[in-house]
Design a protein around this ligand. Sequence first.
Ligand SMILES: *Cc1c(COP(=O)(O)O)cnc(C)c1O
Length: 366
Amino acid sequence: MQVPLLDLKRQYVTIESDIKQAIEEVLSSQHFIMGPKVKELEQAVAGYCGTRHAVACASGSDALLLALWALGVGAGDEVITSAFTFFATGGSISRLGAKPVFVDIREDTYNIDPDLIESCITDRTKAIMPVHLFGQCAEMDWINDIAARRGLAVIEDAAQAIGAEYNGRRAGALGTMGAFSFFPTKNLGGYGDGGMVTTDDDELYDMLSILRLHGARPKYYHKHIGMNSRLDALQAAVLLVKLPHLDTWNDARRANAARYNSLFDAAVVGTPVEAAGRRHIYNQYTIRVDKRDDLGDHLREKGIGSEIYYPVPLHLQECYADLGYEKGSLAVTEKAALEVLSLPVFAELAAEEIEYVADTVKGFAV
Ligand SMILES: *Cc1c(COP(=O)(O)O)cnc(C)c1O
């Protein structure tokens, strides 16, 4: 049996005719960038997340960048975030000339440990950027409480968490702004790059809308220096077909995760922890084992896809050597980076495939 980490084709065949029709509409309109489809998607995503506004852009990385930029984050500023994440989280901070300040994670959820945030706040700190890693929201009440007391903004890196909930509210509506990615492997993936920033704040909404169009308003009159970060109408059309299915697909991922959990002996395989009040949407189903690399090799030999998210935490990346972190600086993060392995969890997996993956993991002496 072959079980890939992700098989996008299985989803595609279930929505193929709707997708083709939506693409055909865009082709007939010959309106390719921004426009009514993008506006419709912005309103749909804002409605879905429960925010007043949403601003589409070219990628999740740009969504993070635009969110920080709209806040006025720049040279000399500091932003507190996690090092156990995709590079864009830290990279967006650095690209504005600001400094990422990496805080260790919690052992159970892999998300930033709020207990360690306050001691890292300085008079240069502008924002806290928690990552909802693997599809589970960070400890947002606690983080928002710190931010409110210290006068900081909170940007959710919700790239992996569209549809995830925290005490009944959705990711993207839990901080000052939320940043989403529509990269094809995310739970709501387009057929190319795309991103979105959500917010309730009218002024930030205005600034985000201007910055993504080279800072112009009206066209050709530039009050600010922005960037080109627009969304294609084709991507918006695809995403509008997919959004109504998102909850069903997320539920299927949750059911697959529950099935794995019931098949694994928690004493042997570290299974993901869903914290109280959370709705984890399992962009990744990530286990922890001692001989992680050997297990990955074993799974490959047995035809099973797996991946390490993430092998090198940001504070130990070569490009961040000048920040002065060393091995051991963030002990929980570094240990996780050595032990995690993500298994196939996509919505269309068959029960036999999950059993085969679980049996193969269990058959390996871990
Ligand atoms: C995917 C991802 C991003 C970046 O999104 P892109 O659309 O690939 O630019 C940022 N942060 C996290 C945590 C991600 O998983």
